[in-house]
Design a protein around this ligand. Structure first.
Ligand code: SAM
Length: 348
């Protein structure tokens, strides 16, 4: 951790609204980023392989409660084509993301991972929700390198309200599951949404401490973006009053910058939620305020609008080529080189 940053100042930074002070925070985070993970930006090709989901998360547009949504599950050949495209574009990682979809049979996913790894020089990251330890173990043994599972908020009461248990099941413990994922040898990623109705500054300070305690290899942070089909609103959440964290780009960037300072070696993406809340500068702001990873979307165009976890998601109408070119342009404007190879978490 840089000498200029003190953990005790977290609460002050989280509430900071002074442009001059914020400028110094962006600088501190950017310097720490250069020092600890360098200037390269690692590119991870994101494929949203299924929008089926058994969960009824109140924040999410692909929740089972969204009965109006047409559902899809990609074919193996389509996913293999995305992997080839990732290699052609020079990416080192393929990220397979989906709703929590038991229709993605564990053995089918394991065979897919093996096939991708056999024919492509790619690291494989999975983001398939809460699956059993046995399934996670099978996928790890099949060659999966990383697993992403955001804990969304460390406030257990808030989490319980926004992420109800499945029928006849216990409330999820994503933090325990992250420890299992880590123990299986995955590079482990987590993260939060910033500005969930009912989320307080103190709870975000605890989220930041938890990132560090879990020794996360990857931390994804984006603003909470209300979906019309989502069931949390500020009206029906207990009022957090002056303690409510705003769901703004600035607030999300403060958390990105503080994450870089708290977890200096972590890979931190500049998320699509940032690129959505500020379509002109969101991605750039992320990359200059602590982030060192981008996840260009490789999902075939016919599925993109069906994976609308929040409204007007960046790139919803783009092709993989245009998503790729948009990221390249951002990097060229910033004079940041593309990271070669898998871009694992660095340890100094
Ligand atoms: N099903 C997997 C899971 O739950 O981890 C992966 C897919 S889930 C859609 C990926 C992430 O999208 C979630 O962890 C959440 O942080 C984010 N997300 C969902 N709804 C969102 C919203 N309305 N605003 C911002 N981020 C959202």
């Amino acid at each position: 951790m840089t000498d200029d940053f003190r953990q005790a100042d977290l609460p002050c930074w989280l509430r900071c609204n002074d442009p001059k002070k914020l400028e110094s925070l962006w600088q501190m985070a950017d310097q720490e980023r250069v020092l600890r993970v360098g200037n390269c930006v690692h590119l991870r090709g994101l494929v949203e392989i299924s929008n089926h989901c058994v969960r009824s998360c109140h924040y999410c547009g692909i929740s089972i409660a969204n009965t109006a949504l047409k559902r899809y599950r990609m074919q193996r050949d389509e996913i293999m084509e995305c992997a080839r495209q990732a290699v052609d574009f020079g990416y080192g990682t393929l990220v397979l993301q989906a709703g929590e979809d038991p229709g993605l049979d564990a053995q089918w996913v394991a065979d897919l991972i093996r096939a991708i790894k056999r024919s492509n020089p790619l690291a494989v990251t999975l983001s398939l929700g809460e699956r059993t330890p046995a399934e996670l173990e099978l996928w790890r043994a099949s060659g999966a390198d990383r697993y992403l599972l955001r804990f969304e908020t460390s406030d257990r009461e808030l989490f319980k309200r926004i992420h109800p248990p499945r029928k006849n099941q216990r409330i999820s413990d994503r933090i325990a599951l992250l420890r299992t994922i880590h123990s299986l040898g995955y590079e482990t990623g987590s993260g939060i949404m910033v500005g969930i109705p009912g989320q307080t500054f103190d709870s975000v300070a605890r989220d930041l401490l938890l990132f560090r305690e879990l020794d996360l290899d990857m931390v994804g942070i984006g603003p909470y973006l209300a979906h019309p089909a989502s069931r949390i609103t500020l009206e029906n959440e207990p009022d957090a009053g002056a303690q409510q964290v705003p769901a703004t780009e600035q607030m999300a960037c403060i958390v990105v910058a503080l994450t870089r300072l708290m977890c200096p070696e972590a890979n931190i993406p500049s998320t699509s939620a940032l690129a959505t809340i500020n379509s002109l500068h969101g991605r750039t702001h992320g990359l200059t305020r602590g982030a060192n990873v981008c996840m260009p979307c490789l999902t075939p165009v016919q599925y993109r609008s069906l994976y609308e976890i929040y409204p007007d998601k960046a790139g919803s109408n783009s092709t993989p080529e245009s998503s790729h070119l948009a990221v390249l342009k951002t990097l060229a404007d910033l004079n940041r080189p593309i990271g070669l190879g898998p871009g694992n978490r660095s340890r100094t």
